[in-house]
Write a protein that binds this ligand. Structure first.
Ligand code: ATP
Length: 331
């Protein structure tokens, strides 16, 4: 039996988690979810944002499925997401953006994957007040972190029969930090002669992404560009409700939707569970159930392509539960 740590989160988290668990259960796989608290709910229950029991569960199971959580606003609170990524050194954030049939957007045939470095860059949070009107923020880029994310992108490309890896950077201005990232990309690409490569300045990448997004395949970049560009790519395929992600290293993996806890629509059973469901599919791939993951992906495509049953964010009127029922009916 494969045990999976489950965080149902808060806001829309519990509603989408309930439906995703129902769908995964319908596959009748030897998977058991172990529910634990994290974020706002954990803080209210035990005064901690990331309780030790939750960390221990991930340590035991190595795999977690996580719904969005709210980090209470206040001094001294670090984001739960950043905290978890650092606690387990989950250096690779993988965000695939694939067009979903019949979801109306400006583009068709998008099928790209963003590999975002997850542990350094401006996210180390080192800001220094030089004086009242001058603040410095440190951008940290290391060979170790750059090598492993770039290699992860190339390995994924080989494993998934992808053709091209693009390095996104701003090495023309940040000659040392992004210069190092680009230099390492150019070293590592020599190890993968079958994969086509190029590099693009991040601002140019933004323009190309909105003009010709279908030309992109695998993209690898430092943390901050990954944060911004992956939200952009979610917009290309129809919004945040559709974009899954994995945070992983060689030992641990946490799968989560890219979107937040959406407090504006929480408790109404209208949130789109697709992003969390596609994240669960990435989890199934990870533990070896690729056939079952693809079965769920085909069911999602079928519902979008051949019915009008969809949630409000993608111009439908169905509830979260009604959408999930349609998926289950196809499994
Ligand atoms: P955070 O800071 O946690 O990312 P946020 O408010 O910036 O939170 P989201 O919570 O992702 O971002 O919400 C952004 C918008 O997208 C909101 O209007 C929200 O209702 C909508 N949204 C996000 N996720 C979904 C979803 N799964 N289904 C429907 N709408 C969603």
């Amino acid at each position: 039996m494969q045990k999976v740590t489950l965080f149902e989160g808060d806001g829309i988290g519990p509603e989408i988690t309930r439906e995703v668990v129902r769908i995964i259960d319908a596959l009748q796989l030897p998977i058991e979810f172990e529910p634990y608290d994290i974020g706002k709910t954990a803080f209210e229950n035990c005064g901690e944002l990331i309780p030790q029991a939750s960390l221990n569960s991930i340590k035991r199971n190595k795999i977690a499925l996580k719904a969005p959580v709210t980090t209470p606003i206040g001094h001294g609170f670090r984001s739960v997401n950043v905290g978890l990524r650092l606690a387990f050194d989950l250096f690779a954030n993988i965000r695939p953006a694939k067009s979903i049939p019949n979801v109306k957007t400006r583009y068709e045939d998008i099928d790209l994957v963003v590999f975002r470095e997850n542990t350094e860059d401006l996210y180390i949070g080192l800001e220094e007040e030089i004086d009242e009107n001058t603040i410095h923020a440190i951008k940290k880029i290391t060979r170790h972190a750059s090598e492993r994310i770039i290699r992860a992108a190339f390995d994924y490309a080989v494993k998934n029969n992808r053709k091209k890896v693009t390095c996104v950077h701003k090495a023309n201005i940040l000659k040392k930090s992004d210069g190092l990232f680009l230099k390492i990309f150019n070293e590592i690409k020599e190890e993968y002669p079958t994969i086509e490569t190029n590099d693009l300045i991040v601002d140019n990448t933004c323009m190309q992404l909105v003009m010709n997004p279908e030309k992109f395949d695998i993209m690898v970049m430092p943390n901050l560009y990954g944060d911004i560009l992956s939200d952009l790519t979610s917009g290309l395929i129809g919004g945040l409700g559709l974009l899954p992600s994995a945070n992983l290293n060689e030992e641990y993996a946490i799968f989560e939707a890219v979107h937040g806890s959406a407090p504006d629509i929480a408790g109404q059973n209208i949130a789109n569970p697709t992003a969390l469901l596609l994240s669960a599919c990435m989890m199934l791939d990870h533990i070896g159930y690729t056939t079952e993951a693809n079965k769920v992906r085909h069911a999602i495509e079928d519902v979008y392509q051949n019915t009008t049953i969809r949630t409000k964010d993608v111009k439908g009127t169905a509830s979260t539960t009604e959408f999930a029922n349609e998926i289950i009916a196809r499994l």
